[in-house]
Ligand binder design. Structure first.
Ligand code: 1BO
Length: 276
């Protein structure tokens, strides 16, 4: 499976997103995904499923060292002591001694970013995380986070799909040698998958519309995807996107959908987003 080499990290280009999965379903899906070849799993303290994810990893029998596991610190826990406690508690729940990537889940303007980045670096130094990064950081805040971090940041995980222009964030990630990891990569299905640019490419390649959209992500430099599904049969479909490619015309047609400017995840605590 393709990996992104970014600032010393090797991130499998496709991972399993686990947001909203929990309990036995989550354990089952993580274990099944790893069993069919996934090597990248994404969770977060706020998802409430770290125990289930850890159990899925153990149940899969896949060696821990073969798996790239990400978790995240919630935005209310970004003061130094809270961040350290959050990282340690995540590991307790996962029943693991380290994660591969620890992300600041959302920025928090009420807590100095310098304090947060310093604490993140200390947690990395102590071995709780092999790599560090951020999530939901617009380009201006990403530049600030990079400047404040001793260790290179390896990823910024953001909402990204053909309905949302993330050129500025993508350029900022590339400038700093980082991956951009797309969550909600297929816009939770629905309307996007019926768009003619997507449906026509699907018919031409004999692929599903979801595979076309996931391939659209991977055609872009240093972009990884973490589609979430609660259906086992979809796991194999989502990962089977390496045997074909989209040409420039297909990429452009799908990318034109970004004029819609639709965002799924926007909250009272969201930062000021980049404008296209
Ligand atoms: C509120 C969670 C967004 C994706 O991790």
């Amino acid at each position: 499976m393709k990996k992104l080499s970014v600032n010393g990290a090797e991130i499998p280009a496709i991972g399993l997103g686990t947001w909203t999965l929990d309990g036995g379903t989550c354990t089952d899906l993580v274990s099944h995904a790893l069993g069919i070849g996934y090597r990248h799993v994404d969770t977060a303290a706020i998802y409430g499923n770290e125990r289930a994810v850890g159990e899925g990893i153990r149940r899969s029998g896949v060696p821990r060292s073969d798996i790239f596991l990400t978790t995240k610190v919630w935005w209310t826990d970004l003061a130094a002591a809270d961040l350290k406690r959050s990282a340690a508690t995540s590991l307790e729940r996962l029943s693991l001694d380290h994660v591969d990537l620890l992300l600041v889940h959302w920025p928090n303007p009420a807590i100095p970013l310098a304090e947060t980045m310093d604490a993140l670096n200390r947690v990395r130094e102590e071995g709780l995380a092999r790599h560090i990064g951020v999530s939901n950081f617009p380009s201006r805040l990403l530049a600030e986070a990079v400047r404040l971090s001793e260790a290179p940041l390896v990823a910024n995980q953001v909402e990204y799909h053909p309905y949302l222009n993330q050129d500025k964030v993508h350029a900022a990630c590339r400038k700093n040698g980082m991956a951009m990891v797309s969550y909600c990569p297929i816009y939770r299905g629905g309307a996007l998958l019926d768009e003619p640019a997507v449906a026509e490419a699907a018919a031409r390649h004999g692929r599903t519309p979801a595979q076309i959209v996931l391939r659209w992500h991977l055609e872009q430099e240093d972009v990884a995807v973490i589609p979430r599904t609660s259906r086992k049969e979809r796991l194999a479909e989502n990962a089977d996107i390496f045997g074909f490619s989209l040409d420039a015309g297909e990429m452009a047609a799908i990318s034109r959908l970004r004029s819609a400017g639709r965002r799924l995840c926007d909250y009272g605590f969201s930062p000021e987003w980049d404008r296209p």
